[in-house]
Design a binder for this molecule. Sequence first.
Ligand code: SAM
Length: 226
Amino acid sequence: MNIQIITSEDGSHTLFNSAINEHYHSTKGAITESQFIFINNGYEMLPGRSRSINILEIGLGTGLNALLTSIRCEKDNRKVNYVAIEPYPIAVDILSELNYPGLVGSCEERNRFWMIHNVPWEVPHIISDNFILYKIKQRIQEIELQKDRFSLIYFDAFSPEVQPEMWTKDVFEKLFDSMEPGGLLLTYSVQGEMRRVLKTCGFDVVKVPGPPGKREITQASKPKIL
Ligand SMILES: C[S@@+](CC[C@H](N)C(=O)[O-])C[C@H]1O[C@@H](n2cnc3c(N)ncnc32)[C@H](O)[C@@H]1O
C-alpha cells in the first residue's frame, strides 16, 4: 500500500504517498495549513460584496480544502460553486480513518465530509445550503475549462520536484484563462521557476507569509481589465 496516515503537529491527519515520497499536507499541521493558505489567504481575500463565487481546486485528495470552504461559506452565507479535480480518488478504507470529521464542529459538518466523497462525479450536488460541489475525475491536463469563470483557484498539486507535469506553462495558461479578472490563485510553493512561469502567463505574483513551517506561499492574481 502506497498511502499511509500520519498525524501532523496540530493533531490533524495527513497522508504520505511512499511511491513519490510526499505528504498531502504539511506535517506541521494539515488543517492549519489548509486553513491558512486557502481560506485565510484565498477565500477571505475576495471582495465581501461578491455574494456568489466559483472556486476551482486542483487535487481534491482528502477533501479537506472543500470541507473547510463549505464551513467558511456557511458562516458568511455566501454561495460557492466548487469544482474539484481529482483523477486518483483516495480509497474509502483510508478516508474512513481520517480524523477531519471529528475535528470539525457540528454533526452536519461531519456528514459533509462523507457527502463530499460519496456524491457521484461529473454532476453538481448541493452539499450544504450555500455549497455546491462538482467533482471531475480527470487530469487537469485533459480538462477544458470555461473562460473567465473562477474567482479563486486552490492549486494544491504535489510539488514541482515530484510532479513537474502539473507546474507547466500549459497548465497555468489554462488556469489563467479560466479565471475572472481580479481572481486569485493560491499555492504553497514558492519555487522560482514556477513563479516565472506564472508571470509569463500574465499573473501578478506575490509571496506572502506562510503557515507554521513554511516561510512564504504564493498568491497570484489575474489583473483586472482597466
Ligand atoms: C498534495 S495532494 C493534495 C490533495 C488535497 N487538496 C487535500 O487536501 O487532500 C495533490 C493531489 O493532486 C492529485 N493529482 C495528481 N495528478 C493530478 C492531475 N494530473 N490533475 C489533477 N489532480 C492531480 C493527487 O491525486 C492528489 O490528490
